[in-house]
Design a protein around this ligand. Structure first.
Ligand code: G4P
Length: 194
């Protein structure tokens, strides 16, 4: 997705060989017009997948997931990283370890919001080691729901998550796929120029 790649090049900051800072449009301040285009792109890519529900994880997945939900006209559910005061029974849970942040969170979704008849699209902001997506998959399995696929705003193709998920036969669509962050420079994978 060209507009996203241009935004990454113009506003992204390479913090190290593995971390890209995109606080000005995705992880802190949000660019609503870009989110709208991201939602449109995911909606086009998954329009024939029979999606009935979108699932993401708080907090930075919520904006792109909501715009996609708007365009596909389906509800959006976000997995919580902290226990909610009002959410205590009938929960699907999974442990998610972040290699980047070196912490493990137990994420949860109410059983009221994923059902066996659902066809679920997972949307998230980054795909690095794939642990967040694996946690969401575990909860979708607990619910006995079907998976339509995974939509990622920025995949770091040089980390293992993309391969881990695709090796399970799961469709992963990334709108920008980064090949390298070495020497302070963002290089994209060839196919994401299309
Ligand atoms: P994984 O889920 O693919 O295994 O990723 P990992 O544990 O490495 O990432 C954990 C958190 O760090 C996630 O956000 C993820 O989006 C974010 N992250 C990973 N790599 C990068 C990067 O290069 N740049 C930025 N900006 N973020 C990255 P989170 O903890 O869920 O945070 P948030 O959604 O509350 O913002």
């Amino acid at each position: 997705m060209k507009a996203l790649q241009e935004k990454i090049v113009s506003e992204g900051r390479v913090l190290s060989d593995t971390v890209l800072k995109v606080d000005s449009f995705l992880n802190h301040q949000i660019d609503p017009n870009l989110m709208k285009d991201i939602g449109k792109e995911f909606a086009v890519r998954f329009q024939n997948a029979g999606v009935t529900k979108i699932i993401t994880i708080e907090s930075s997945g919520i904006a792109p997931a909501t715009m996609t939900g708007l365009l596909l006209n389906v509800p959006v559910v976000f997995a919580r990283k902290r226990k909610s005061l009002t959410l205590s029974e009938n929960l699907y849970t999974a442990k998610v370890h972040s290699f980047t942040k070196k912490e493990t969170n137990e994420i949860s979704i109410s059983g009221d919001f994923i059902q066996q008849h659902d066809v679920v699209l997972i949307i998230d902001d980054f795909l690095a080691n794939g642990q967040a997506v694996l946690g969401l998959l575990e909860m979708i399995e607990q619910a006995g729901a079907k998976l339509a696929g995974v939509g990622i705003v920025i995949e770091k193709g040089f980390q293992s998550g993309g391969q881990l998920i695709r090796n399970r036969g799961i469709r992963v669509e990334s709108l920008a796929n980064i090949a390298s962050l070495q020497n302070g420079k963002v290089e994209f994978m060839e196919e994401s120029y299309i």
